[in-house]
Design a protein around this ligand. Structure first.
Ligand code: SF4
Length: 109
């Protein structure tokens, strides 16, 4: 595959050129909602913005494989989510999810 890069060549969100090729791996093509695009999530990570939309990104590796720059998209988004949690800014849904887990309940019910 011509665009496949080795793991050690992966770049951070700062290198994003906002080309949108990664959106094949997001729900954007179905919804046409920019906030649900991987490009938007990478932009949030790049600009150190906290947003619940970081959780709309599907971390399935598809977008990362499509990125011509070789950005470690999933890692960038996970790091951005981690920063939110460290600042106590996790979403209401996250808090409820983990509260159910701690109680031994099904977090999806
Ligand atoms: S494919 Fe890569 S460079 Fe293009 S918008 Fe997505 S993360 Fe940015």
């Amino acid at each position: 595959m011509i665009f496949r890069r080795k793991e050690e060549e992966k770049k951070g969100a700062d290198a994003c050129i906002l080309c949108r090729l990664c959106d094949a791996g997001s729900s954007y093509p179905l919804t046409l909602d920019e906030r649900r695009s991987l490009r938007h999530a990478v932009w949030l990570a790049k600009n150190r913005r906290e947003s619940a939309w970081l959780y709309a990104a599907m971390l399935n590796g598809v977008g990362e494989k499509a990125c011509p720059i070789g950005i470690a998209i999933d890692d960038a988004i996970i790091d951005a989510r981690r920063r939110m949690v460290e600042k106590g800014m996790e979403t209401k849904e996250n808090r409820e999810f983990f509260a159910k887990l701690r109680q031994g309940k099904n977090p999806y019910a």
